[in-house]
Unconditional design. Structure first.
Length: 276
């Protein structure tokens, strides 16, 4: 089986796949599901990213996850490959060491020199984050181009794929949690709230006002940004939402065509296949 690992600044997403990779598939429109086939995704997990974990500690965590998958499958899990995208350099180094010393596998780590099949038209292609490359590879396979991937992570990112299948660039905005932490850190009278829809857009309490601003304000920002991007692309594109907070924000946005929580892992899977 194939283990895919996407390391973000806040959370790490892990997916366990059967190795066969389906080719193509443009999905079907509509929220909340993408319509794309994730039947080969055997199991998946989200864990906290802890930048000071050693390779041995990472191995212990991943072995526990694999053991839980074995209980679920009632069968042994034998890894034949590991694919990694990471925006946390120390974790990347420890993961490499873990893969080689604890699992006996040389991982495919998205970065310079790794085959992705994706032309990158950034001024400096090495500046594009590994997760953004994986997003683009996965989205292009599932939906074709032009496509915009909106990833609700530590940062909210917009990744733009052209009609001819090239990565064009995008936009990076402080994520929901970063914005809330800044708000609560600077405004002594405000407290943390549960991110659920308030009774109305016009909040009647401080809690509802924060909920309205975060949920509806972020959704309106996404709608405005995607409309501007689509206009630059010529007036049409498929918009895909992913990331840890996508299912919280997506129901309140009007421009999103698909909610695809595993698009990054799918892209990692495809990149691993291209490098065999």
């Amino acid at each position: 089986m194939l283990l895919t690992i996407d390391v973000g600044n806040t959370q790490t997403m892990v997916g366990l796949y059967r190795e066969a990779v389906p080719v193509g598939g443009d999905g079907s429109p509509g929220l909340p599901s993408s319509g794309a086939d994730d039947s080969d995704l055997v199991d998946h997990w989200r864990i906290s990213t802890e930048a000071d974990r050693t390779s041995d500690e990472l191995a212990m965590v991943l072995r526990q996850l694999l053991e839980s998958a074995e209980d679920h499958l009632d069968a042994d899990v034998e890894l034949h490959g590991i694919a990694i995208s990471s925006g946390v350099p120390f974790v990347t180094a420890e993961l490499r060491q873990m893969c080689e010393h604890r699992f006996g596998i040389e991982p495919v780590v998205v970065g310079p020199g790794v085959k992705t099949g994706l032309p990158i038209r950034y001024d400096n292609p090495t500046e594009v984050g590994a997760d953004r490359v994986a997003n683009a590879v996965g989205a292009l396979d599932r939906y074709g181009g032009p496509t915009v991937v909106v990833d609700f992570g530590t940062a909210t990112t917009f990744d733009v794929i052209s009609a001819d299948g090239a990565y064009l660039g995008g936009a990076i905005i402080p994520g929901v949690e970063i914005s809330l932490n800044a708000l609560f850190g600077r405004a002594a009278g405000l407290r943390r709230v549960e991110l659920v829809p308030p009774r109305s857009v016009v909040g009647r309490t401080t809690v509802e006002s924060i909920q309205s601003g975060v949920l509806y304000g972020t959704a309106a920002m996404v709608d405005g940004m995607t409309q501007r991007i689509v206009q630059e692309l010529g007036g049409t594109a498929t918009i895909v939402a992913t990331g840890g907070l996508a299912d919280v924000i997506a129901p309140h946005a009007n421009t999103l065509d698909h909610l695809d929580p595993w698009i990054t892992l799918h892209g990692l899977r495809l990149i691993w296949e291209k490098n065999q």
